[in-house]
Design a protein. Structure first.
Length: 99
């Protein structure tokens, strides 16, 4: 399952959050993995924030809270926006449509 959401900041910068989850065989739950991409003003493509130094998938290596804080700081999204995307993703993955 892949879920993407794009936020447009007041400065014109766009931040794309991509949330992925892969369900192991026989299980109905999984931990979401998050990618964050940024597009400045008139650029055509999204890029990974260089200062972030995040692993491409997951938050396991540095602790979820610390990685989340680093992701929000580098991209400019708020805690509320981050949690909104995670909540929407969880609502979709637990809906009866996917069962």
């Amino acid at each position: 399952m892949v879920y993407e959401k794009i936020f447009t900041m007041t400065t014109g910068k766009q931040v794309k959050m991509v949330v992925r989850a892969y369900y192991p065989l026989g299980q109905t739950t999984s931990e979401p993995f998050v990618e964050i991409w940024v597009k400045q003003g008139k650029q055509d493509l999204f890029f990974s924030p260089l200062a972030l130094g995040l692993p491409r998938y997951g938050f396991e290596t540095d602790g979820r809270k610390n990685m989340k804080d680093r992701a929000m700081q580098a991209s400019g999204i708020s805690d509320q926006q981050f949690e909104q995307v995670i909540t929407e993703f969880k609502q979709i993955t637990t809906s009866s449509v996917l069962l």
